[in-house]
Ligand binder design. Structure first.
Ligand code: PMP
Length: 595
């Protein structure tokens, strides 16, 4: 009997290395003229501190993320009600995926429309208080799909200067004449409306603006639209489920919910899931189904995602009051603390803009707070206009007062470092770290530790075992002498997008059970010949083989996954994330023949 190659089989199943190694080196197939262009673009942005890189995070519940082996408090998410980690939503998806599979294989108008899609659209309408609704793949697609369907050449769309990028893209795609009115300036909107002489008019605005957290004056905009026969679309992405007695966002708190013909929103923020929608009348829905190309020519969202979104709505219907109350309390607490610390803030709700002077300062402060174990995203061009720079702090219902206090402390310290940097003109920080921390115990993480690792070779990093010696970040006051300090911008680019200079103070304490350890694979023949010495653990590959039957063992199609089978995703995820979990070996099922 031939011994199987477990690694090859695993690669095939999870689609990794074996495919990659056959690809040509990407660089060789790009024309030089394009390479030059990419290079020039990069250098030009780099000079302005405007380059970005992706980094891989591991999400630990709603408020924490892990990068490398360090844990951060997350004040950069849109998970306003703390539902992204809610297992009821994940379980609804898993159960529906077990029942219906994952893909839908066609657009809604072909064969991709299921009863769950339709049910979800009914639930959204009930939630938003409209006649009906229409699903889109994401909030971005919803804006593209709605705006581009409603206006075209000869028409005019009026858009707030700070509208979200997806609205801007929808306006461009429409081919209509686009007039941008000054941010939240209804006089300017009126002036533009007066200037439109022909065609249909569409007005579009965010409700709760995503960067600075300020709000549009919807009652006035509604009135202007009535007067000029303009159709109004509002994007309530950041307020949906989070604001208003019934979670109907800014239209509800401003008392105009029934007067807005189209509300675009997303499941990806307050509702803790994914997918976009427009809540509207039956007539508009029919129109969109027939005219919206980003709706018509794309595959419908997975049925399992529809199930997850139904569950998210159910949770918000039942628990929304308490979650919104907690969010409001946390927001008030954070705003009061930040204001009394002297920060200049924008907005009124859970998105808090903290004003800074320029992109360099935004990057510096963001890097500094990261050093203190807190993630706060810097907002730079092209996300905001070139003359606007701020840090975006987003508060969620899942934060505790202690989390918020830590965030404010981190910002205060970052501001002090910034002031010092300005007066001393210092640009280089060398191994900034809490004093008293031993560096001899420092070690790099295991090579297979969470893939995309930010640590540079030779950079200092505490081992997990050292974490117990650290004071909590709120107590860390003594730092290495300031003459060892460098600006984050100096090192940031080299660190592949790590916005700070150094590593934060709170490394993860690893659960030994979770340590990604490769389990030796015993070839089957060997295993069979030494039954008594068979290892007490199974490999991922074996687990997959057992749970995802091969052709020899077909599973009844359409069967619901049993709970035990759902567990199976677990080792797959472990492998994808870079480690193999030890699992108790099961019985003779493993002894399969490849013949
Ligand atoms: N509208 C606004 C105002 C947004 O901020 C965003 C995303 N940040 C979107 C739409 C897009 O939503 P989604 O993430 O679901 O594509």
């Amino acid at each position: 009997m031939q011994a199987r190659d477990p690694q090859a089989s695993l690669d095939w199943r999870i689609g990794f290395q074996s495919i990659d190694c056959r690809l040509p080196k990407g660089d060789n197939v790009v024309p030089d003229i394009w390479k030059k262009y990419f290079n020039e673009e990069w250098l030009s942005r780099d000079k302005q501190k405007l380059t970005r890189k992706l980094r891989s995070l591991r999400h630990l519940g709603s408020t924490k993320v892990q990068i490398g082996s360090h844990e951060f408090l997350n004040f950069s998410s849109n998970d306003y009600l703390g539902l992204t980690g809610d297992l009821r939503i994940a379980e609804a998806a898993a159960s529906a995926a077990g029942r219906y599979g994952w893909g839908t294989a066609a657009s809604r108008l072909v064969t991709g429309s299921s009863t769950l899609h339709t049910k979800l659209e009914g639930e959204i309408a009930a939630f938003r208080g409209t006649e009906t609704s229409l699903l889109f793949g994401s909030g971005y697609q919803a804006n593209l799909g709605v705006i581009s369907a409603l206006v075209g050449s000869g028409d005019t769309v009026l858009s707030d200067a700070m509208n979200h990028a997806s609205i801007v893209a929808g306006c461009k795609l429409s081919g209509a004449s686009v007039r941008v009115f000054k941010h939240r300036d209804c006089d300017d909107l009126e002036r533009h409306l007066n200037g439109v002489k022909k065609g249909r008019i569409l007005v579009v605005t965010d409700t709760l603006f995503s960067i600075e957290g300020d709000t549009a004056d919807l009652p006035r905009i509604v009135k202007l639209c009535e007067r000029f026969n303009a159709l109004l679309i509002v994007d309530d992405a950041h307020a949906n489920a989070c604001l208003g007695k019934r979670g109907r966002g800014v239209p509800e708190i401003q008392g105009v919910n029934g007067q807005i013909p189209m509300v675009v929103a997303t499941f990806s923020k307050g509702l803790g899931s994914y997918g976009g929608f427009v809540a509207c009348s039956e007539q508009i829905r029919d129109f969109l189904i027939n005219n919206s190309r980003p709706f018509i020519y794309t595959t419908s969202i997975p049925i399992a995602l529809a199930a997850a979104n139904l569950e998210a709505l159910k949770i918000v219907r039942r628990e929304g009051d308490a979650l919104r109350q907690k969010l409001a309390t946390n927001t008030a607490f954070a705003r009061t603390k930040l204001e009394s610390a002297g920060f200049e803030l924008t907005g009124d709700y859970q998105i808090i803009g903290v004003n800074v002077e320029g992109p360099e300062e935004a990057m510096f402060i963001s890097g500094e707070v990261e050093f203190h174990g807190v993630l706060i995203h810097p907002m730079r061009w092209p996300t905001v206009p070139k003359d606007r720079n701020c840090l975006r702090v987003s508060i969620t219902a899942a934060h505790t007062e202690e989390d918020i206090s830590r965030m404010v402390e981190a910002l205060k310290r970052a501001r002090n470092s910034m002031a010092k940097k300005k007066t001393d003109g210092l640009t280089r920080r060398v191994s900034r770290r809490p004093t008293g921390q031993r560096l001899d115990a420092v070690q790099a993480p295991a090579a297979d530790d969470f893939g995309d690792f930010d640590q540079l070779p030779g950079e200092n990093m505490m081992s997990a075992s050292d974490s117990s010696k650290l004071p909590p970040p709120s107590q860390v006051t003594d730092f290495a002498p300031e003459d060892e300090v460098a600006a984050p911008g100096d090192t940031m680019i080299a660190q592949e997008g790590f916005a700070g200079n150094d590593k934060p103070t709170a490394p993860i304490e690893k659960n030994s059970e979770e340590t990604p350890t490769k389990v030796a694979v015993v070839p089957e023949s060997e295993e069979e010949s030494k039954p008594d010495e068979a290892p007490a653990t199974a490999t991922v590959e074996e687990d997959i083989q057992e749970e995802f039957p091969t052709d020899d063992e077909p599973s009844p199609s359409g069967a619901t996954l049993a709970p035990e089978a759902m567990e199976l995703a677990d080792p797959v995820i472990a492998e994808i994330e870079g480690g193999t979990k030890k699992r108790p070996r099961k019985t003779s099922k493993h002894k399969k023949s490849d013949d």
